[in-house]
Write a protein that binds this ligand. Structure first.
Ligand code: 4AD
Ligand code: MG
Length: 446
């Protein structure tokens, strides 16, 4: 049974048992009388009948209100109502191959509960206009489908992690130290003191694994990213995982299993929405371990051979990331980045002390980074050395270093950019499409 079917309930107000549009489209009500409620998606008026496409959270269905089949007042309201009006109706379901979805509801009783004003969104409006009206545009079938898939991705990641013994926890969003590079911190006035919106929950997640061993958080992270790219939000949703007794190798296995699980869950449970968005579920079913792997050093060489301007020690910029995966349908781990371009909390790579035991996961076909992760340094003194090397003050991180002083345990972790992975899954033009109210450099409204 679809989730929509399960939602059947008796209205307190009218004592009527309403069903959802999807229930009609699934075919079980052919020839039966049904009660539906929702918003008017489209209206087409003819001489003695009005075609009303009704929308609820589960989909849209064509209904027909005939002048001689309903009372005069009902017909008069249907005639004057505009799209997005709120209605309830009763009618008989008839299979009709001409109607979208294969069924039509022939209306017997029709009530307008709220007459909508003229809806500002019409066809062919600019992206800017649509985003200014995001609060209304989100009713579109496209955005509704995206958000249902977003729900599935969030639910699947929680399900996978719980099944593997992880506890979900929470971390503060106000922090006093930075977690990643300093450049993109949002500073806030915290009662006269400087505080920041967290860039990552990792540092507050790690102490918790000393209690629970396997932990995760699904929360926003904030980056004052000036980069106006298709992949940057200033507030993004970050799934961060920390696992005790897990090394670099185990960490990458965890990532490839988790990402594959998320993709398969969407393919299995959200087929109608994928169809609505024109995404072939094969794209998601084809995501399976093992993902490809390449060392940073090999990646730099490959880029150089491909004519990209990069030398050992440089960060792998987005053009280089694109180059590395442009011809591949598989995800790619790039491992062992130089210490200079990664964070101080990562574990030294004993085979090459210039590098850390870390990895970035790049999406297929030039998509770019979706996860950053590493084995974490376990020695307090090595973290202090790393901080001193980059000119930072270990005193600020006392609490974080402290956890390495009392039963320091090998552990690893990673952070999934949830909006990025959804953007990849659905092959969206821009990351802002996948989140209800996107926050970017140029947008904080609505
Ligand atoms: O690579 P990042 O900066 O790694 C960390 O923050 C680690 N502390 C995570 C961890 O190990 N717990 O960020 C992790 C991921 C990136 O791979 C990217 O997918 C996403 O977060 N991300 C963004 N997504 C959207 N907009 C932005 N501005 C993002 N910045 C990072
Ligand atoms: Mg990163």
């Amino acid at each position: 049974m679809s989730s929509s079917s399960g939602a059947q309930f008796i209205s307190v107000v009218t004592n009527v048992s309403y069903i959802h549009v999807r229930d009609v489209l699934e075919g079980g009500y052919d020839g039966k009388k049904v009660h539906l409620r929702g918003w008017v998606h489209r209206i087409r008026k003819q001489k003695k009948m009005i075609f009303v496409v009704l929308r609820d959270s589960s989909g849209v269905v064509q209904t027909v209100v005939k002048k001689d089949a309903v009372n005069e007042q009902s017909y008069a309201s249907a005639e004057k109502m505009l799209i997005e009006s709120l209605v309830t109706l009763a009618g008989n379901v008839k299979a009709d191959p001409r109607a979208e979805g294969g069924f039509e509801v022939q209306v017997e009783d029709f009530n307008v509960l709220h007459f909508a004003e003229e809806f500002p969104i019409t066809e062919d409006q600019s992206v800017e206009f649509l985003n200014d009206n995001r609060h209304l545009w989100m009713r579109s079938r496209k955005l509704t489908s995206i958000f249902k898939i977003r729900d599935e991705v969030f639910a699947a990641s929680r399900k996978y992690l719980r099944q593997h013994g992880f506890y979900e926890t929470t971390c503060p969003m106000f922090v006093s130290t930075m977690g990643e590079e300093g450049g993109d911190l949002f500073e806030v006035d915290y009662f006269g003191r400087k505080a920041y919106l967290t860039q990552t929950s990792q540092m507050h997640l790690e102490p918790q694994l000393f209690a629970m061993e396997k932990v995760f958080i699904l929360a926003p992270s904030f980056r004052a990213e000036k980069s106006r790219t298709r992949k940057h939000l200033t507030e993004f949703w970050h799934l961060e995982v920390e696992e005790a007794w897990c090394d670099h190798e185990c960490n990458m296995k965890r990532q490839e299993e988790l990402i594959s699980y998320m993709c398969h869950a969407v393919a299995k449970n959200r087929l109608p929405e994928l169809k609505e968005l024109g995404v072939d579920s094969k794209r998601l079913l084809d995501v399976n371990p093992p993902f490809d792997r390449m060392t940073y050093t090999a990646a730099v060489e490959a880029c150089q051979n491909g004519g990209i301007d990069i030398k050992w020690g440089d960060d792998i910029r987005s053009d280089a990331e694109e180059f590395l995966t442009k011809d591949s349908g598989n995800f790619l781990f790039v491992e062992y980045y130089p210490k200079e371009i990664k964070s101080f909390y990562m574990k030294d790579n004993p085979d090459d002390h210039r590098t850390y035991k870390n990895s970035d996961l790049l999406g297929p076909r030039g998509f770019g980074e979706v996860i950053g992760g590493s084995e974490r340094e376990t020695e307090a003194q090595l973290i202090i050395d790393n901080l001193l090397r980059i000119g930072d003050d270990p005193e600020k991180y006392k609490w974080y270093i402290d956890i390495r002083r009392y039963g320091s345990v090998p552990h690893s972790g990673f952070g999934v950019g949830m909006d990025r992975i959804i953007t990849w899954m659905l092959n969206l033009e821009h990351i802002r499409e996948c989140i209800p109210f996107p926050r970017t450099v140029s947008r904080i409204y609505p």
